[in-house]
Design a protein around this ligand. Structure first.
Ligand code: 5GP
Ligand code: ZN
Length: 147
């Protein structure tokens, strides 16, 4: 059976051209072809994992360390005042190979595309229910990963 083509695997393997800015044994970073601003970089693990939760835990630390390196580099290379770091997991994700967006930002740069409609909790009980549900899931996940 033919496996689905993954453009970010192809970029990582070198079979699809990209404007590479960084590579190491675990990850590759390249310019987004449709940048929010010039200098918008995508950082991908070389291994194919669709989303952040799918990433093996031992790869998460090094990938975040590389994110930090790229955030510094993009900010100073593009004479930016800061960066926006983002990951879409499934929803709004157009390429199903984990990638971290590193976007240079300036104050009043006009980035309004990220419309985040904020919602208030209905009441204190609703906030406490959400807090408890998440805390309980964390405890279950930790219990499953502890030796
Ligand atoms: P997502 O929407 O999945 O969070 O982000 C995918 C990103 O990949 C988009 O910002 C899009 O512009 C970028 N992209 C899509 N195809 C290619 C490609 O072939 N090469 C590069 N360098 N970027 C791509
Ligand atoms: Zn892939």
């Amino acid at each position: 059976m033919e496996t689905a083509r993954c453009i970010f695997c192809e970029i990582a393997q070198g079979s699809l051209p990209a404007a590479i800015v960084y590579r190491d044994s675990d990850a590759v970073a390249f310019l987004d072809t449709n940048p929010l601003f010039p200098g918008h970089v995508l950082l991908c693990p070389r291994q194919h994992h669709a989303t952040l939760p799918d990433l093996p835990v031992q790869l998460a630390g090094p990938l975040f360390t590389t994110t930090q390196l790229l955030a510094k580099a993009v900010e100073s290379a593009m004479q930016a005042e800061g960066t926006f770091i983002a990951i879409n997991n499934r929803v709004s994700q157009t390429v199903p190979h984990l990638h971290i967006h590193i976007v240079p930002r300036k104050r009043r740069d006009g980035l309004k595309g990220f419309f985040w409609p904020r919602q208030l909790y209905a009441d204190d009980a609703a906030r406490e229910a959400a807090r408890k549900a998440i805390e309980s899931e964390i405890q279950k996940l930790q219990a499953n990963t502890e030796p």
